[in-house]
Design a protein around this ligand. Structure first.
Ligand SMILES: [Mn+2]
Length: 292
């Protein structure tokens, strides 16, 4: 529970509550269950997504910087998309806010933590220049990694929201090399202005869509499990943190959805997922920065 985390080793605390592994025996196609917040063994990796960093959200940024300092105790950090609210191109690295985020990631990298990056639907224009400056390794969406002997398929999650046909058409367009070349050929100021209007358009488009349409599609998730050959998936994007357990072909599959972060609101949201050396997953609660 919050408050039980020791400052010295925040992701490698005390005894396990053992709640995480027992809740999945159901034969229902899909069930959800809470994940333990305590680890029995030291953490090997941390997973976060959807921080939506922007200059207009200073408290969320502070929570992220605090988190990065604590993450030094863990060998690997996975950023699973939408770290930034938007990214206009790697020539925007020098904007003070962006430079601050890059410096914080770089400091974590220099402290010996391996940082991996999967692009989100908002920051997919991140490129090699950013990656080199920040000391992060860019991964494809989806990617399979093996941690503590467990193969895990990692994704942002937007590609699995196949019920949102309109969004998938948009995604195909903006992820094409031709669109990106055209876009990045425009002056930075013009790109920033365009992104501003696209964000407004996206807010308006979402208003007319049901919650179900904007969630992942069950068949797309099953397909990703089967294609990847894994029984463990971690993604973000939907802002609906949960652990979903489902049985496919008689085999138990587990899908973890990461929370989005927002510390500007009265009830702050955020937090991370961790995997320990025994291969157990557990939640790392958000440490909300004090009001200044
Ligand atoms: Mn997203």
């Amino acid at each position: 529970m919050p408050g039980a985390q020791a400052d010295a080793a925040p992701f490698a605390s005390a005894a396990s509550t053992a709640a995480a592994s027992t809740a999945a025996a159901s034969t229902a196609a899909v069930s959800t269950a809470a994940v333990s917040t305590a680890a029995a063994a030291p953490a090997l990796a941390l997973f976060i997504s959807d921080i939506h960093l922007q200059a207009d959200a200073p408290r969320t940024a502070q929570a992220f910087f605090d988190f990065l300092r604590q993450a030094r105790a863990v060998p690997q950090l996975y950023l699973l998309g939408d770290l930034f609210e938007y990214w206009a191109g790697d020539d925007d690295l020098d904007a003070p806010f962006n430079a601050g985020v890059v410096a914080a990631l770089r400091a974590l990298h220099d402290a010996g933590v391996a940082i991996f990056w999967i692009a989100g639907n908002r920051d997919f224009l991140i490129g090699e220049r950013f990656a080199e400056a920040a000391g992060v390794t860019l991964l494809a969406d989806p990617s399979i990694v093996t941690i503590a002997g467990r193969p895990i398929v990692l994704a942002h999650g937007d590609l699995q929201c196949t019920d949102d046909v309109e969004y998938q058409a948009f995604r195909t367009r903006v992820r094409s090399a031709a669109w990106q070349q055209d876009f990045l050929a425009q002056p930075l100021a013009q790109r920033l202005a365009l992104i501003g209007s696209m964000r407004e358009g996206s807010r308006l488009a979402q208003r007319g869509k049901t919650v179900a349409i904007m969630d992942v599609n069950a068949q797309a998730i099953e397909a990703l499990f089967l294609q990847s050959g894994t029984q463990l998936m971690i993604h973000g994007h939907t802002h609906r943190p949960a652990r979903h357990v489902q049985v496919i072909d008689g085999i138990r599959h587990e899908r973890h959805v990461l929370p989005d972060w927002d510390c500007e609101t009265a009830v702050p949201r955020g937090g991370a997922l961790a995997i320990d050396a025994a291969g157990a997953l557990y939640q790392v609660p958000l440490a909300v920065p004090a009001r200044t």
